[in-house]
Design a protein around this ligand. Structure first.
Ligand code: ADP
Length: 477
């Protein structure tokens, strides 16, 4: 009636997909952040090295200039040491071949300048003359230093350009990740609102309507798989409850109908007995009293059935297990019926050996009584009713056969349900449709089973299988 969903996504898979998207984005963002931080650190290191190189080159230019004009020998020696120190320093920052070539050229030119300067000073020239003499060497040393400054400035600019590009890329990337996250969260919220929550609300409305008494209320099967499953189960449960409700109404109708017959017989009989105008004969009184007795017994049986069914439904079926010969129970039941059913021939077929079994004798007697009573009731034209007891491997088999009206195939499965009566017997024989329901529960509580075979107009055969083991039966009880 309510089809199972086939391809709906489950809440779990949807949440897993969203979590994967969010987690994946976060992971990519983290990796990108690490890469960008790493690159930025490298760029900053490069810029610092280039700045140091520029600073050192400029210091060297100043020192060379001062050296060329200094008359004092000690000061010049100090400046020369400083110049060599700057050369060591500047070499530390070399990171390209072009820079290396320039640094080597600087070193060579500074050496040449210093050599020439010593030579010129050895000639005893004045400071101005030495400066004029050394101008070309000084110029030659300045040239690679200027180129070095230039190169490092250029390197800094390049690094800044690449860093700016990375910065732009990081911005775009961050924006994209933010968009993915916002989209994921928005779509989850939308999905929750449009599908998940809507389905939950519809489910809740259907349940509320049902609880308020609308037995036709059903939940639409929509949304995620779990919610569809809940809706399907709710609908199945609601349909079962509705069926049960209909059954109970039908049952009440049946009970009222079945009670009316004995009651009207009681009313007629008591009216006949109490009519002062036509006092009944002794024979008539006996007849009326007999009728009253039978109807009262019938009413009593119906009430017993109802009470039993109510007890079984409430789960109060208690078994008092004892070990007895099942043949005794069969004999007692058949004897009881033999007296009260003169139109029927009751045959009892028992094995020669005892059939010792662990069971509740009163309950099994109740089952057999119901089966034999039905066999008699539903063979209105009389006939043979057979009760046969047999023994198989580890269980006993009790069979009740009649040649009565039979049970149509469509009713056979349902006669064990409460309030179920076959269409063929309804209106023909009074009953509440409880006997077989109670019988099946009793047999199942003994870990046994009950089955029926029947043919309309030919007869019916009920078979009860009871396990031999006492522990099985007690455990089930
Ligand atoms: P009741 O006999 O009080 O209606 P049961 O539960 O004993 O209730 O039986 C359920 C229904 O099964 C009966 O109403 C009848 O339609 C059918 N039934 C049971 N036993 C027989 C039988 N031996 N022959 C034909 N129909 C039977």
């Amino acid at each position: 009636m309510f089809g199972r969903p086939s391809s709906a996504a489950s809440l779990g898979s949807i949440l897993a997909a969203v979590m994967t998207a969010v987690g994946g984005s976060a992971f990519v963002a983290a990796v990108a952040l690490v890469a960008i931080t790493h690159y930025m650190h490298r760029a900053v290191t490069e810029v610092i090295a280039a700045t140091d190189s520029v600073h050192t080159a400029e210091e060297m230019e100043v020192d060379l200039l001062v050296h060329s004009r200094l008359d004092e020998r000690m000061g010049r020696a100090q400046l020369e040491g400083q110049l060599r120190g700057w050369l060591v320093e500047i070499r530390r920052h070399v990171d390209t071949q072009a820079e290396e070539r320039l640094v080597e050229e600087v070193a060579a030119r500074v050496d040449t300048y210093l050599l020439e300067s010593h030579r010129a000073r050895a000639l005893g020239l004045s400071v101005e003359q030495v400066a004029a003499e050394m101008a070309p060497e000084l110029e030659a040393a300045f040239l690679p230093l200027e180129s070095l400054v230039h190169l490092n400035v250029q390197q800094t600019r390049d690094t800044a350009g690449v860093a700016a590009r990375w910065d732009r890329m990081a911005n775009y990337f961050g924006l994209a990740i933010a968009c993915v996250l916002v989209l994921s969260v928005t779509s989850v919220l939308l999905w929750l609102r449009l599908f998940a929550f809507r389905s939950v609300l519809e489910l809740e409305t259907a349940m509320r309507r049902f609880a308020e008494g609308d037995k036709t209320a059903r939940a639409p099967v929509t949304g995620a798989r779990e919610l569809r499953d809940i809706a399907i189960h709710f609908n199945e449960m609601a349909a079962a409850l509705e069926r049960q409700y209909d059954n109970q109404i039908a049952f009440l109708g049946g009970v009222v109908h079945d009670l009316r017959n004995p009651l009207s017989v009681l009313k007629l009989s008591s009216a006949a007995l109490s009519n002062p105008k036509t006092p009944p004969s002794v024979d008539g009184t006996h007849k009326a009293l007999g009728m009253i007795k039978r109807q009262v017994e019938r009413l009593e049986r119906m009430l017993e059935d109802l009470l039993d069914a109510a007890r079984v439904e409430a789960g109060h079926l208690e078994l008092r297990i004892t070990r007895r010969d099942l043949r005794d129970v069969c004999r007692e039941v058949v004897e009881t019926f033999r007296e009260g059913a003169p139109r029927h021939e009751l045959l009892l077929l028992l094995p020669a050996e005892p059939v010792p079994l662990a069971f509740d004798p009163l309950r099994i007697e109740q089952v057999l009584t119901n089966l034999v009573s039905n066999a008699i009731k539903y063979s209105p034209r009389g006939g043979v009713v057979e009760v046969e007891l047999g023994q198989r491997e580890r269980h006993a088999v009790l069979e009740v056969r009649d040649h009565g009206i039979g049970i149509p195939e469509e009713d056979r499965k349902r006669i064990f349900e409460p309030f179920r009566r076959s269409g063929a017997s309804r209106g023909l024989v009074p009953g509440a449709g409880m006997g077989l329901f109670v019988a099946r529960r009793i047999v199942e509580a003994h870990r046994g089973r009950i089955e029926v075979e029947s043919e309309c107009g030919i007869g019916t055969r009920f078979r009860v299988h009871l396990p031999e083991s006492a522990s099985d039966a007690s455990a089930a009880a």
